[in-house]
Design a protein around this ligand. Structure first.
Ligand code: ADP
Ligand code: MG
Length: 269
């Protein structure tokens, strides 16, 4: 099937809070991780960046959080340019990374204190923020316990709390449930939903897992080989791909199942 660019026709009234303009990131000469990406995210929405492994989701999020510099093209986050105003961008974004570092010999409280210090948040403001986050995530009773004794779900909660320490207006979650068991994944999903609904934050979720994106996101962008190939609500993407489900649309748009994947599967059977 010919890959078509699908553009959402939904009339969005909100202001554009993230805009990328032909954003590119190459690793060396050959790997085009992000390739002329044009993307808009609206204030207050939950936007899902969906794509197969290696599609460029993590690279995109790292560019938008100023961890990486673009090869060419650019992006604005709440009006701040990612290259010219990276310090400003960092103060208004929070990121739950795909493979985050966690200092296991610190208590939950100490870890959040440390993360606060990285943002130069100090004194009473930091104390109050930490207490608020611990309470929000039901971690107050465990705040002085070392993280090494926490379950993976609880660790993820602490990491999400850490991503919120600077009270960001945009929060990025990179594969927030991929490494969790179903119970913990469910808990994290509810937590993200709460942040989006109750706190009214702009949320960007990267995932290759369809149900989480389908359930949580107002709009989805499908990315493949560094390029945005579809964007819209679930219904819009399904309608425009001419399929019955998002899964079928995803497979059709990302070029079907690779023949090599089928052969690998046969080899192992
Ligand atoms: N540090 C790196 N050096 C070289 N290649 C990289 C690096 N990080 C990612 N890539 C490559 O860039 C492409 C996009 O990767 P990534 O952004 O991690 O995708 P995703 O998050 O969608 O799985 C892949 O081909 C990946 O192998
Ligand atoms: Mg990734």
């Amino acid at each position: 099937m010919q890959i078509q660019k699908i553009v959402s026709e939904t009339k969005q009234k909100g202001k554009v809070i993230i805009r990328t303009d032909k954003l590119c990131k190459y690793y060396g000469k050959d790997i085009k991780a992000v390739d002329e990406l044009d993307l808009e995210v609206f204030e207050g929405e939950t936007f899902g960046l969906l794509g197969p492994n290696g599609a460029g989701k993590t690279t995109t999020v790292r560019l938008l959080n100023c961890i990486l510099k673009p090869t060419s093209g650019t992006a604005d986050v709440n009006g701040y340019n990612i290259t010219e105003n990276s310090t400003k961008v960092k103060t208004i974004t929070g990121l739950l990374a795909e493979s985050p570092g966690l200092y296991e010999k610190l208590s939950a409280y100490e870890f959040l204190e440390f993360m606060g210090a990285l943002y130069n948040i100090k004194g009473t403001i930091l104390k109050e923020r930490i207490e608020e986050l611990l309470s929000l995530f039901g971690l107050t009773d465990r705040k002085d316990y070392l993280l090494e004794g926490f379950s993976s779900g609880m660790k993820q909660k602490v990491l999400i709390a850490a991503a919120l320490i600077n009270d960001p207006s945009i929060i990025f979650f990179d594969e927030p449930t991929a490494a969790l068991d179903p119970r913990a994944a469910h808990m994290v999903k509810d937590l993200i939903k709460g942040l989006a609904d109750q706190l009214g934050r702009t949320v960007v979720i990267c995932s290759h897992i369809l149900p989480i994106v389908e359930e949580l996101c107002d709009r989805i962008g499908i990315i493949n080989q560094g390029r945005l190939i579809a964007v819209g609500t679930v219904d819009e993407i399904i309608a425009q791909a001419g399929t019955d489900t998002l899964e079928e649309a995803f497979i059709a748009l990302t070029g079907g199942v690779d023949e090599k994947e089928l052969l690998a599967w046969r080899d192992h059977s």
